[in-house]
Design a protein around this ligand. Structure first.
Ligand SMILES: [Mn+2]
Length: 266
């Protein structure tokens, strides 16, 4: 297959939980995604840059710059970019209502689909009881999560060398843990209720790193997932329908040049 495919063009793309500035960020996969996918409007639904960890440890490789440049270039070429900060990039909440580099920063907003439905777009941490009421616990959980992710990154480097597809340890572990399932369900229900309270058709959020698209709790609940584990995004097609894109599962990942073969070719 040719490497130079024309990008797929959507009405809207929703991305969240990229966590630039951390080792877990799958910047290479995201760059690949941004190369082959375009939209009129791009929502950055929070936790794009990870400020919690940037304060302690600086991890900012060229690839993370490339992601920022790629997004800014899409803005210059005419895409509207809207950024709703999350808890990891809450420093941006001091800039609500402002524009920088062509990006609009808002706490939450309403997106209207091509067929006239209205969706609340919000990161979602405000509805996470752990982040709201026990920040120390959130920091501790954050540390445990990063440790699991580092292990995951190592595993994936090995799998990549072996030519296997991307696999997510913590996504797998999370799905196995009953408490995590309860936590996910509670979060989804709360967000769906918030959409109902605001009188809109649904909600598009991030935060819990678990992509979803369902109406289990009445209103339409859509979660964009993340780019540290599952590598997912949500697209709105030109007819107003939504799709969760699992980029790592599409096989594009497997077709990227692998370090060993790249070396052999050089
Ligand atoms: Mn978050």
């Amino acid at each position: 297959m040719s490497a130079e495919q024309a990008p797929r063009h959507y009405r809207t793309l929703f991305l969240s939980d990229i966590h630039l500035g951390t080792r877990g960020c799958q910047a290479e996969l995201l760059l690949d995604f941004l190369r082959y996918n375009d939209a009129e409007t791009i929502y950055l639904v929070g936790d794009i840059v990870d400020g919690w960890r940037l304060r302690r440890m600086w991890h900012w490789p060229q690839l993370h710059n490339d992601v920022v440049q790629k997004l800014l270039r899409k803005g210059r070429k005419g895409a509207r970019i809207v950024y709703t900060p999350g808890n990891h990039d809450e420093f941006l909440r001091d800039f609500l209502g402002t524009h920088f580099g062509g990006i609009e920063v808002v706490d939450e907003t309403i997106h209207e689909t091509a067929d006239g439905r209205r969706y609340l777009v919000i990161h979602g941490d405000r509805f996470d009881v752990v982040v709201r009421h026990a920040k120390w616990l959130a920091y501790l959980g954050d540390w445990a999560y990063v440790s699991a992710l580092n292990l995951n990154t190592g595993l994936n480097m090995v799998r990549r060398r072996l030519g296997l597809t991307y696999w997510s340890l913590s996504a797998w572990a999370k799905l196995k843990v009953k408490n995590a399932v309860n936590f996910i369900g509670k979060f989804e229900e709360t967000l769906a209720q918030e959409a109902e309270r605001q009188g809109v058709d649904g909600v598009i959020c991030g935060h819990i790193h678990h992509a979803a698209d369902h109406t289990d709790y009445g209103t339409h609940y859509i979660n964009t997932g993340d780019w540290v584990e599952s590598c997912t995004a949500v697209a709105e097609h030109h007819d107003g329908t939504f799709e969760v894109i699992h980029w790592a599962k599409r096989g594009e990942w497997a077709r990227l040049p692998k370090p060993s073969t790249a070396r052999a070719a050089a």
